[in-house]
Design a protein around this ligand. Structure first.
Ligand SMILES: *Cc1c(COP(=O)(O)O)cnc(C)c1O
Length: 407
């Protein structure tokens, strides 16, 4: 086959931000000019070598990229795979992939002349990553956080304040992430002249899903180079999916680089929580229906009247009641397989990585690890798997101990 014919036809969103029927910008008229300004500034930044250079320099010298690609032999043996390569986003400054995106968006904010950034946060991870980037770039920072989450995540609230950010409590609704997003959007409209909204996952109204993907694709871009250096071709690639930013950042470069025939099996692990047959779950693909929330159309967990349900997972990063629109499209097209993973399955995989490799993963990332045994069964004992460890697990040690693991 010629090189031309082997090229992928995958292109991402159309000019209005639709991935098939998903995505778009379902927002009040008042937000439209701000999104258009953002889209134009982002497009310009992407063709400016000076922007790329500054972003890449910070990723190298401040974040510590490229993140290592580590062959985890004892883990591979335990799960009966030929090889498992871990993409170590847990080794980034601040301990997860989120910093890739917040540095990108805060640089974009500066370029647009906005002196102030705002963000929403649930567990506080995106809030801390935004406060970090804002401190680095000397920007004023305010983070919207539900009162219930403020109570549950006291350490991250303190970290944000330590980094110079203001944490703004949101006491509407259930006082959790969905309410914080709504409050941040509303505030953005009022202060758009001097304020940039740093969105935390590959979702929200166009152009956010594309912006976040472009700032996270460094994960997959690096992995392609690192695998090629070793002459390795993965049979499967696995990542956990909350809103979907570490997963799309991992998958997208492979989608671009491969034809349909030689695309590895792409697998996203979504949170099943206490099980698909319970109401305590975060599995938007397995259990959700298409609908609109937070300005975009995608699979959502919703009641009969289309109101978002509260999602649940043991991992605070996966309990969003929706999924980024690009994932909804990749699901429908059959390009990525989404598999629900329960709390209990994730806990087993969490402990396994601690014991076999001396790596304490984020409980989010443990959802991806939990799929390795079933992939071994399906693909055989020689199969090679690439897996993104989205973050480190220090933040989860209390929760895991409460669950009785390791004692
Ligand atoms: C926030 C978070 C996630 C989930 O977010 P995505 O946008 O789906 O990547 C996963 N892992 C870690 C460590 C996180 O902090």
């Amino acid at each position: 086959m010629s090189e031309q014919a082997r090229e992928s036809s995958y292109r991402g969103a159309d000019s209005r931000g639709f991935f098939g029927p998903y995505g778009g910008a379902y927002v009040p008229e008042t937000v439209v000019p701000a999104l258009q300004e953002l889209e134009a500034a982002f497009a310009k930044s992407q063709t400016d070598p000076a922007f790329a250079e500054e972003y890449e320099t910070l990723l190298r010298d401040y974040v510590g990229r490229p993140s290592p690609l580590y062959r985890a032999d004892r883990l591979a043996e335990a799960v009966r795979l030929g090889a498992v390569y871990l993409k170590r986003e847990d080794l980034n400054h601040t301990g997860a992939h989120k910093i890739n995106n917040t540095i990108g968006q805060c640089l974009l904010a500066r370029r647009m002349g906005k002196k102030r950034v705002i963000a929403e946060t649930g567990a506080g991870q995106h809030g801390v990553a935004t406060a970090t980037a804002a401190a680095l770039l000397g920007q004023e920072c305010a983070v919207f956080m539900g009162v219930e989450d403020i109570r549950r995540q006291a350490l991250n609230v303190y970290k944000m304040r330590l980094l110079g950010a203001e944490v703004i409590p949101v006491d509407e609704g259930t006082g959790t992430l969905a309410d914080a997003v709504t409050a941040a959007m509303r505030h953005w409209v009022e202060r758009v002249r001097d304020t940039f909204y740093v969105l935390g996952s590959a979702l929200g109204p166009h152009p956010y899903p594309t912006i976040v993907r472009e700032f996270q694709r460094v994960i997959g871009d690096e992995a392609i180079v690192q695998l090629a250096e070793r002459g390795v071709r993965p049979d499967a690639i696995v990542a956990c999916v909350g809103g979907g930013s570490n997963a799309i950042g991992t998958f997208y470069p492979f989608l671009l680089a491969s034809s349909a025939e030689d695309l590895p099996l792409l697998v996203g692990a979504e949170a099943a929580g206490k099980g698909l047959d319970t109401s305590e779950t975060g599995a938007s693909i397995a259990l959700g229906d298409p609908g609109v929330m937070h300005g975009f159309f995608s699979y959502l967990l919703q009641d009969e009247r289309g109101n978002p349900l509260e999602a649940y997972s043991i991992s605070a990063g996966l309990d969003y009641p929706g999924i980024g629109p690009e994932h909804a499209y990749l699901h429908d097209e059959g390009l990525v397989r989404y598999v629900p993973v329960t709390d209990d399955e994730a806990l087993v995989a969490f402990e396994q990585l601690c014991r076999t490799e001396g790596i304490i993963p984020a409980i989010e990332s443990a959802h991806a690890l939990a799929l390795l045994p079933q992939l071994a069964e399906e693909l055989g004992p020689d199969a090679i798997v690439l897996l993104t460890v989205s973050g480190r697990g220090d933040k989860d040690v209390d929760v895991v101990r409460e669950a009785g693991i390791g004692e």
